[in-house]
Design a protein around this ligand. Structure first.
Ligand code: ATP
Length: 245
């Protein structure tokens, strides 16, 4: 669903990503893991088309920004780490705006909204303005806005910050359903949760992909015992990278 091929990118005068290649297939929830400053958000900004690559290609469900910007943008939705909401629109109006932007059939939109609002315990809040939302409610609002679109690719940046334990569990269940016919790329530092719910992992270090695979595959790569956690694997990956550089 998502193919990132030899991506070199970053900001004006500062290359951050070096030959980054990976893919996320339909049916997968893939964890993008890296230290602070590793380049996770920069990778996400490139996939969302907010930054232009120096070289390389990004394809979502057969489309690139070059082949058709409009089609490409409709194939990806995004849950940002920091909620961005319009203070003059209710949550319901935010969702309607998303529906229009992504051409979601109005019946489907109503059905998805009702269901997701119920599951995320946000039914009452549909009529509220963001100014009266708690931090967690703002985050849940962003989640609802992204999930109603049902795009082939969902990108999620640190989704658990500010959510209560029940909401985290509900969100992970929603991800499980969402990925049945879509793909999800999730950046997170919460390795314990990632280990339990992600199908595969991409380790990004100093703008370079140093390893990809399932937890079992990565344990083999780093010759770790079968009970090594993702945390152990990640620490080993960084140590061996720093030793060899
Ligand atoms: N707007 C910007 N202009 C220039 N450099 C930037 C900009 N944003 C980030 N960077 C740099 O790009 C590099 C990668 O940052 P990025 O935000 O992608 O890291 P990250 O992996 O998402 O980190 P974190 O886990 O802390 O969120 C860092 O060296 C950072 O200083």
């Amino acid at each position: 669903m998502l193919h990132v091929d030899r991506l070199n990118g970053g900001y004006l005068g500062k290359q951050v990503l070096h030959d980054v290649s990976f893919e996320v297939k339909k049916g997968e929830l893939v964890g993008l893991i890296g230290l602070n400053g590793a380049g996770k958000s920069t990778t996400i900004k490139h996939i969302l088309g907010l930054l232009s690559p120096l070289s390389g290609q990004i394809e979502i469900d057969g489309e690139t920004l070059q082949s058709s910007e409009k089609k490409y943008r409709k194939k990806v939705s995004y849950i940002p780490e920091t909620p961005i909401l319009y203070e003059t629109l209710t949550l319901q109006e935010h969702i309607e705006l998303m529906g229009k932007a992504y051409d979601v059939d109005s019946k489907d939109l109503t059905m998805r909204t009702n269901r997701l609002a119920k599951e995320m315990r946000m039914e009452k809040q549909l009529a509220w303005f963001p100014s009266v939302f708690s931090k967690g409610m703002r985050q849940k609002a962003m989640i609802l806005c992204a999930l109603v679109t049902k795009t082939p690719l969902l990108i999620v940046d640190e989704p658990f910050v500010g959510l209560d334990p029940l909401a985290i569990r509900q969100l992970l269940q929603l991800f499980d359903e969402y990925k049945e016919d879509c793909a999800i790329l999730m950046s997170t530092h919460i390795l314990e949760t990632a280990e339990r719910h992600c199908d595969r992992f991409i380790f990004l270090h100093q703008g370079v992909v140093i390893a990809t695979g399932t937890a079992a595959e990565l344990r083999e790569v780093y010759r770790l015992s079968p009970d090594a956690t993702l945390d152990d694997i990640y620490v080993e990956a960084i140590a061996s990278e720093e030793q060899s550089s």
